[in-house]
Design a protein around this ligand. Structure first.
Ligand code: ADP
Length: 496
């Protein structure tokens, strides 16, 4: 097995990797798009295209959904739960065996540092492992209907589950959706983002090798308008899991509503990190840095609003800026602390926020500019940026930027911090740094968020349900609750 470094060396030398998938994966095999169109994926670290992939359309979507329906009816819904578990377990094993190549593909496609891509691939394997173990533990219930009656319920698979996947965590998001769907007995049609199509395709091929019957998991690539929209609107789709922007999520929900199709929406975030005076300062600094600069801040659950008690503020911000300035930037394959942002459009969007803030007279404590890979002079990079003294109604505090931009607000005490934290249209996650057990858990109860991290931002894994409130969406992925998203309850009442 080649190490990531060996694959990375090939990619550095040639700008790409051999044997990249070029078609959709439908019906258990790679196949060209019906309309015969291709499009390019860019390496954000160089701003150059590095591979072509299928530009699908509604005809490809219809073919994949039909395949998924057939596979659901003919095999997968009736495959024994233990056998589904064995297949998922083999998939986890294969992902681990092929982790090096998967990580380098992810790094080229998304731009993220190789170490982060390796972590995402480990997470993908873990998702399959977790749900493999859950397949045969999906138990039902019984109801006390009285003498002469038997009442029970069990979980049925919903049917064909569509997965619409974003570009920031391509393999991780694909795995956290596909694994529970398959575990529940659903078949899947996945549509990766057009910026990052490759690891989902590789994952579908791995699942086939793990023993998944043909048609149970298909991947159709292409744009949101040409593939995502017809998939969300398809009357043969029984469930849609969408992860992406609020605007697109609203469109997906409306399209699904026409067929009364169920949806899970994981949308944007503007998550607060509350740092109280009695925290472990070093831990809080590490946490705040990771919360906003991991994946160059392109995380729906990024900690993008620091809310800090006044007594800590000055020294903490000074240290934070020094740490931000010391982060190495570069092509993801060289494993810098921070990679590029994913696209020219994303870079322009981030720069636009900061330009408008400058014109309003907002203080940029550090960063605040576009830049390039210092080694090559190429790529779509934005400096790690801290904006201090932000008013609660400032655009930077209210809107999701999806980049390495941290705003800072001062709180007088924990109650004030809570009020600032909850003053948002989003409610995805929240972080709290304090050594006061009572304050931590009081905040955890009162913070409006789908999940709260105490003293370690991004703590937890596939075991922990994940999802948002307010405009961050609804429904939960991950954990056993994520599995239930792909089930519907069938209850039976009988007289004997
Ligand atoms: P961004 O604006 O950051 O690209 P999106 O929310 O538009 O984020 O994209 C997330 C996913 O949704 C991608 O796979 C994208 O192709 C897909 N998508 C975009 N537009 C639509 C649409 N109208 N219907 C369904 N999916 C879409």
């Amino acid at each position: 097995m080649l190490s990531s470094q060996k694959f990375a060396a090939v990619a550095m030398r040639t700008g790409t990797l051999p044997d990249m998938p070029r078609g959709h994966f439908v019906g258990g095999a790679f196949c060209g798009p019906i309309g015969r169109r291709l499009m390019e994926s860019f390496d954000p670290g160089t701003a150059e295209p590095f591979a072509e992939f299928a530009r699908g359309d509604s005809a490809d979507v219809y073919a994949a959904v039909e395949c998924a329906r057939r596979a659901f009816e003919s095999t997968w819904r009736d495959t024994a739960a233990a056998e589904r578990g064995r297949i998922l377990s083999r998939a986890a094993q294969l992902i681990r065996e092929e982790a090096s190549r998967l990580a380098v593909v992810e790094c080229l496609d998304s731009g993220k540092p190789l170490a982060e891509a390796e972590g995402d691939v480990r997470g993908a394997a873990r998702a399959f492992e977790y749900y493999a173990g859950a397949c045969d533990k999906l138990q039902g219930d019984t109801f006390p209907l009285g003498p002469g009656y038997l009442g029970y319920s069990h979980h049925e698979p919903v049917g064909v589950a569509a997965q619409i996947i974003p570009w920031n965590y391509p393999i991780a998001t694909a795995a956290r959706g596909i694994a529970p769907a398959l575990a529940a007995g659903c078949t899947v049609v996945a549509k990766p983002a057009e910026q990052t199509p490759f690891t989902a395709l590789l994952l579908a091929e791995i699942l086939k090798r793990a023993g998944l019957p043909d048609g149970v998991c298909s991947v159709v690539t292409g744009t949101g308008a040409e593939v995502g929209a017809p998939l969300a609107a398809h009357p043969g789709v029984d469930h849609v899991t969408f992860t992406g922007s609020v605007a697109t999520g609203i469109g997906v929900m409306k399209a699904a509503a026409d067929n009364v199709t169920r949806v899970v929406l994981e949308l944007g975030g503007k998550s607060p990190v509350v740092v109280l005076a009695d925290c472990d300062r070093q831990r809080a600094l590490d946490g705040v840095i990771g919360a906003i600069f991991e994946n160059a801040g392109q995380i729906c659950s990024a900690g993008s609003r620091l809310i800090i008690e006044r007594v800590l503020h000055d020294g903490f911000i000074e240290d934070l800026c020094r740490r931000a300035e010391a982060l190495t930037l570069g092509h993801g394959l060289r494993n810098p602390k921070m990679g590029p942002v994913n696209s020219a459009a994303q870079l322009a969007r981030i720069a636009g926020f900061i330009e408008r803030a400058r014109r309003r007279g907002v203080t940029i404590a550090t960063g605040g500019g576009e830049t390039v890979d210092p080694e090559t002079g190429r790529g779509w990079f934005y400096q790690p940026t801290v904006v201090s003294g932000c008013a609660a109604d400032d655009e930077l505090v209210r809107e999701e930027i999806f980049g390495p931009v941290l705003t800072v607000q001062i709180a007088e005490d924990a109650a004030h911090a809570l009020a600032l934290a909850n003053d948002s249209q989003y409610a995805l996650v929240a972080g709290v740094y304090t050594n006061n057990f009572s304050a931590a858990h009081h905040l955890a109860q009162r913070l409006d968020a789908g999940q709260v991290y105490i003293n370690e931002y991004f703590a937890g894994g596939i075991e922990v349900p994940f999802g948002g409130n307010k405009k961050s969406g609804f429904g939960r992925e991950k954990g056993l609750e994520g599995l239930l998203s792909y089930c519907r309850t069938k209850s039976v009442a009988a007289r004997y």
